[in-house]
Design a protein around this ligand. Structure first.
Ligand code: 9WO
Length: 242
């Protein structure tokens, strides 16, 4: 997958894309990230990228001509252009899955009071990472790249695939344990030491369901439960013993 990021603050991206899963995906050639400085598409001698808003008011607006020149420089026929803004629908895992299938993403990061509205003609999709205002779209673009990259086949290496993880099926993670067996008088649950893989699978699934019910009941609304899940929910709700 190719990702072009258009930003006035390219230095913000030094670092985050070198580390962990995203850094490794780039090293493996699974992800090609390009950071482009929007200022390089300002042609006047002062390289002006923003200007006062028509109608007056505080702050500056990013200029349409500069932004569209930057967009045209990276646009391909199969490119999907995303503008990160608090005004878009929330980026959630189904959207991450959809974006991960695109061969070419262009992420446009606004700053200041935002972009000239006429640039929205070029935008395929506006996305928000949450209901808060940042100083610009850069951190949101990093979140989107991170979430998408771990779904690229091979990006998680020989770790478990992103598909089999809990959020893929809309549930929270079950509890995890590693050595030592006893830590501050707390034991690892016996089933995990048993080697009985079917029992382990059911224990994890039941705890995923229970945790989701307690911590994020909203995730269960409108969800289809299979026979095993119904049985487990009944035990959670009416037995009270695990
Ligand atoms: C700043 C501002 C200052 C004075 C009066 C009105 C104002 N509006 C804004 C504003 O919304 N600035 C945005 C900064 C313009 C678009 C890029 N910026 C941004 C993106 N902030 N937060 C995001 C963002 C993106 C995705 N998900 C959450 C937040």
């Amino acid at each position: 997958m190719k990702v072009d990021i258009l930003t006035l603050f390219p230095a913000m991206f030094k670092g985050p894309f070198e580390e962990s899963i995203v850094g490794r995906a780039r090293q493996r050639g699974l992800l090609d990230v390009n950071i482009l400085n929007i200022r390089e598409y300002a042609l006047d001698k002062h390289q002006q990228v923003d200007d006062y808003p028509y109608g007056g008011g505080a702050g500056m607006v990013m200029k349409a001509d500069v932004l569209c020149r930057a967009i045209d420089a990276v646009k391909t026929p199969d490119a999907h252009l995303v503008y990160l803004s608090p005004q878009g629908p929330r980026l959630e895992q189904p959207t991450v899955v959809r974006l991960a299938k695109k061969p070419h993403l262009i992420l446009l990061c606004g700053h200041y009071e935002g972009i000239d509205e006429r640039v929205m003609n070029e935008v395929d999709e506006e996305l928000s990472i949450g209901d808060y205002v940042l100083s610009g779209g850069e951190l949101a673009a990093m979140v989107a790249v991170d979430a998408v990259t771990r779904l690229i086949p091979g990006a998680l290496g020989d770790e478990r695939s992103a598909q089999e993880e809990s959020f893929a099926e809309g549930l929270l993670e079950y509890p995890h344990y590693t050595r030592p067996r006893t830590f501050r008088d707390r034991e690892v649950p016996e089933v995990l030491l048993s080697g009985h893989h079917e029992n382990i699978r059911r224990w994890r699934k039941k705890l995923s369901l229970e945790r989701t019910l307690i911590k994020r009941p909203d995730l269960l609304l409108g969800r289809h439960f299979d026979q095993e899940e119904r049985q487990m929910l009944e035990e959670i709700l009416f037995d009270g013993e695990n």
